[in-house]
Design a protein around this ligand. Structure first.
Ligand code: SAH
Ligand code: SF4
Ligand code: F3S
Length: 455
């Protein structure tokens, strides 16, 4: 590789994929590659792919096709496909697109340097065998200087019948609490203010780690981890995602209520409001159990923001079953809901069932649900009007350079007039003056006093 080699990464998918991209970018920079904004100028292009739904996967193929043509003119161009499509398709991708140099599953993100060394020696590499995830040694190139993702558990041991993730991300592997704490201390030293702990099923954290307390209770749970990392000086806010209703404990809710840095926001996907559909999905809980969790949250943290994921048109879903989802949403009142029409995925059981719901019905249900979600989000936002909220300022409003933006503790995006140079990374008090379904606008009260810089 020459000194001046450049790279570009395109990321699809969830927070976990984004976090993987940041670490892979860090590895590329440690190898001497420099970021270039225009992919058409790059010597190495990495696609970090997602296969959660069909359309996510298709995007990848259309992008790749264009770059494969470029490679025919410029044989030195390196093309890397990482992430969940890479894991799912493996060698088949190479047959479809022989121009590719490297195909690597998510478990290999931290090993990008070893794999590139093989590519540099002239090989085409497919790295999709299950492997122990290497502890993170490279400094990620993080998007933000204020908020950061911290992986705590990789993989997923669940077997939801619609989902590719267990196949693409492999079995659960928890990072040791000391390694997680060390990363957070390092982030605090660099000036980060907020961290989000990540796992596909974060409540499973620690199940694969040793540790039973003298009282016979399992140690190294997510709750224990929150206590372990809570007091890192400099970190002001802690978030975590994604929670699974099956494992969500009262002890965890209690810890969230008790620990001041843990934000009052819970993201707990429920997927369906109907017990028979939940059973067919193999989710392992009932609608009643989900409602009990929400009740417990509201008991400990009355103003908590709630968000979730939900699927409509799962195989066999009747109109009445869909209406039970609507009814559950009505009952709870979500601040935000990620909705999706069921998409049959290769290698998952539900994709093979004969009782698929027609596309037109899925679309109709999705629209109906989205309408409710928008209305509800507007209602939930409205409660902020006139209130003073704590906002952590992250960036400039891309639509208005005179404004900055950040989030409430409940994770509502909030805009306010102000100068990013003064406000970035500051926790400020903002009086909310306008509310919209998914965002707020306000004005600063008691602007922070900037230290006077002496030259
Ligand atoms: N681990 C998390 C989320 C995993 S994927 C959980 O257990 O909830 C993110 C979301 O994508 C899921 O919550 C689900 O709502 C959606 N999803 C997953 N597979 C899907 C499929 N085949 N079709 C439609 N949506 C899907
Ligand atoms: Fe997929 Fe279920 Fe695992 Fe979530 S818990 S990642 S939906 S298999
Ligand atoms: Fe997509 Fe893989 Fe995440 S399938 S949602 S990138 S775990």
């Amino acid at each position: 590789m020459s000194e001046s080699s450049s790279y570009h990464i395109i990321t699809f998918g969830c927070q976990m994929n984004k976090a993987d991209s940041e670490r892979m970018a860090g590895i590329l920079e440690s190898l001497g590659y420099g970021w270039v904004e225009d992919p058409n100028q790059a010597d190495l292009i990495l696609y970090n792919t997602c296969s959660i739904r069909d359309n996510a996967e298709h995007k990848v193929y259309s992008y790749l096709g264009r770059q494969a043509k470029r490679k025919q003119e410029n044989p030195n161009l390196k093309l890397v496909v990482a992430g969940c499509v890479a894991q799912q398709e493996g060698e088949a991708l190479l047959r479809r697109m022989p121009e590719l140099d490297l195909i690597m599953g998510p478990q290999y993100a931290n090993r990008l340097d070893e794999l590139l060394a093989q590519v540099d020696s002239g090989m085409q590499v497919v790295a999709t065998e299950p492997v122990e995830i290497m502890e993170d040694i490279t400094k990620p190139r993080r998007e933000s200087t204020v908020t950061a993702w911290v992986n705590v558990i990789y993989g997923c041991n669940e077997r939801c019948t619609y989902c590719v993730v267990p196949g693409t991300r492999g079995v659960e592997q928890s990072r040791p609490p000391q390694a997680i704490k060390a990363e957070i201390e390092e982030l605090a030293a660099q000036g980060y203010k907020e961290i989000t702990l990540l796992g596909q099923n974060i409540d499973a954290y620690g199940r694969d780690l040793p540790g039973i307390s003298p009282a016979g209770r399992r140690q190294n749970t997510l709750t224990d981890l929150l206590y372990t990392i809570h007091d890192v000086p400099g970190i002001e806010r802690i978030r975590f995602a994604t929670s699974h209703p099956r494992y969500f404990t009262e002890r965890l809710i209690q810890a969230c209520a008790e620990l001041p840095k843990v934000c009052e926001h819970f993201h707990i996907p429920f997927q369906s409001g109907d017990n028979d559909i939940l059973k067919a999905m193999a989710r392992g809980y009932t609608r009643e159990k989900y409602l009990r969790i929400i009740d417990t949250i509201r008991r400990y943290v009355p103003d908590a923001a709630l968000s979730a994921d939900v699927i409509v048109g799962f195989p066999g879903e009747t109109q009445a079953q869909f209406e039970r989802t609507l009814e559950l949403v009505e009952m709870i009142g979500f601040d935000l809901l990620n909705t999706a029409a069921y998409s049959p995925r290769p290698g998952t059981p539900a994709a093979l069932w004969s009782n698929q719901v027609p596309e037109a019905i899925k679309d109709e249900r999705l629209q109906q649900l989205n309408y409710l979600v928008g209305r509800q989000a507007a209602e939930r936002s409205a409660r902020y009007l006139g209130r003073v909220e704590e906002i952590l300022v992250e960036a400039v409003n891309p639509r208005d350079p005179g404004q900055v933006m950040g989030r409430t503790r409940g994770n509502r995006l909030t805009f306010l007039p102000g100068d990013i140079q003064t406000l970035r990374g500051q926790l400020v008090s903002v009086e909310i003056t306008t509310t919209r379904p998914f965002s707020l606008t306000g004005t600063l009260i008691n602007p922070p006093v900037m230290p006077v810089l002496v030259a």
